[in-house]
Design a protein around this ligand. Structure first.
Ligand SMILES: N[C@@H](CCSC[C@H]1O[C@@H](n2cnc3c(=O)[nH]cnc32)[C@H](O)[C@@H]1O)C(=O)O
Ligand SMILES: [Zn+2]
Length: 430
């Protein structure tokens, strides 16, 4: 018994493949057939795809999901003030239950806006893993580690526990990474230790890099190098698959150091715009063969986690930066949000493209909307006109998580009740 999606406009994101109208068969957790027309089998759950567009689910390559609880309560501050004076104190008072509900709030928003996989770096990861298990999304989970005081190895132990306890769980939807938070919060000794752990266990790393100018100044004062050099000197790029978040302040030599790395850079344009960080040199990096994906960062900075906003922002920024509307065209930015991000999470063989044999992670977009008619160029429509609220159906691992915009794995009334009370308590304590 499977799912048969019929008469749908399909964008597979396979190299050189143009959109076409056809059918998609899902059996178990995988896509088993895509063709012009498929015959239904007894017991098939049939989805009428007329006036819909099917594409690979979007992949959010950098998130701090429970920060949804901190949305909009400390806007218009400088990044370091925002982090030190608002976010970190708020996080210190979050209970494991807060984390569970905050993660669920973010996941609900992601499912509703077409994200099927995301990378999460945060604390209390057992609760986030529970939220992922319950909601049905796919996730790469990281216990983010700030090493600014002696904690008797607690953070490191929690990171190890996450990897041991949750890798491969939730029907294979959960994968894990090790997460030294950033060059400015990780002295060289623990940094080297985490890199060794990642290398030995063959687990990827997830870290913030070169997000602000201040970071570059700080690391130069401390170590006499750029943040990128600091990570390279510690052996990071040669020894592990690395997901670098931001990569805004990179000079030409820094980009040269990243050349040939496994993994790549998660570009977070909305967060960079809102915090005034700068424009990441993603075109220069791509020219060097460095893989670029897209992420939102947490809702504390980005304010929403709708990947269609990131897609638009990424392409507008490049066009503006170069004064050239041919920069980062629709197809290329969609590639970043799907296959690019998949590569960052080391999931490039499973997700990011619609193809028989791959995991059944896909979204259906309702084209019967005034802002989505007529359909000339499908890629243009997706990159420049669609927004998250146009997603009608979200499927992950063969399971329908949203249909007709109704969430099937989340009790929204209960969710909003929990969020209201918890968010109020947290910010009252700051
Ligand atoms: N505070 C934890 C680390 C948590 S990992 C994720 C951290 O990233 C922080 N964060 C969120 N957005 C950004 C960003 O844009 N730049 C740097 N850090 C961020 C967030 O507040 C959170 O503390 C510890 O002491 O070990
Ligand atoms: Zn971040």
């Amino acid at each position: 018994m499977g799912i048969l999606i019929q008469h749908v406009l399909i964008l597979t994101m396979k190299d050189g493949e143009a959109p076409f109208t056809g059918d998609i068969r899902i059996e178990g957790d995988r896509i088993t057939e895509i063709a012009g027309q498929l015959l239904s089998k007894p017991g098939d759950d049939i989805i009428d795809g007329k006036n819909m567009l099917a594409m690979p689910g979007l992949i959010n390559a950098h998130q701090h999901s429970p920060m949804s609880l901190l949305r909009g309560f400390s806007d218009d501050l400088k990044l370091m003030d925002w982090l030190d004076r608002k976010m970190l104190p708020a996080e210190a008072s979050m209970t494991p239950e807060d984390i569970y509900w905050g993660a669920q709030l973010s996941i609900a928003e992601m499912i509703r806006s077409g994200t099927t996989t995301y990378a999460d770096m945060y604390i209390h990861m057992n609760e986030i893993a529970e939220a992922v298990t319950k909601t049905g999304i796919r996730a790469s989970l990281t216990r983010g580690m700030v090493f600014m005081e002696d904690d008797g190895g607690r953070r490191m132990q929690e990171a190890i526990d996450l990897v041991q306890r949750w890798s491969g769980k939730a029907d294979g939807r959960i994968t894990t990474m090790y997460g030294p938070h950033s060059p400015y919060t990780c002295p060289v000794e623990p940094l080297r230790e985490v890199i060794s752990m990642a290398e030995q266990a063959d687990i990827p790393l997830h870290i913030h890099l070169a997000e602000t100018k201040e970071e570059t100044v700080k690391i130069r004062e401390r170590y006499g190098m750029t943040p990128t050099e600091y990570l390279e000197e510690a052996g990071m790029f040669e020894r592990a698959h690395v997901l670098l978040a931001h990569g805004v302040h990179l000079n030409r030599r820094d980009i040269g150091r990243l050349k040939g790395m496994r993994g790549g850079v998660a570009h977070n344009p909305v967060s960079n715009l809102k915090l005034g960080c700068g424009i990441a040199p993603i075109m220069d990096m791509m020219a060097q063969g460095i893989n670029i994906g897209l992420g939102t960062d947490g809702a504390g900075s980005a304010t929403t986690v709708d990947m269609f906003e990131e897609i638009k922002s990424a392409t507008w920024l490049q066009k503006l930066d170069y004064g050239d509307p041919t920069r980062l065209p629709a197809r290329q930015v969609l590639q970043m949000a799907t296959r690019g991000s998949a590569g960052l999470l080391n999931l490039q063989d499973d997700v990011g493209m619609l193809e028989a044999g791959r995991k059944a992670d896909l979204i259906l977009i309702d084209l019967k909307k005034p802002h989505l008619q007529p359909v000339h160029e499908v890629e243009s429509l997706l990159a420049y006109s669609v927004n998250g609220a146009d997603v009608d159906t979200t499927i992950v691992n063969g399971q329908v998580l949203m249909k007709g915009r109704k969430l099937l794995t989340v009790d929204e009334d209960e969710l909003y009740r929990q969020v209201k009370v918890r968010a109020k308590r947290i910010v009252e304590g700051i």
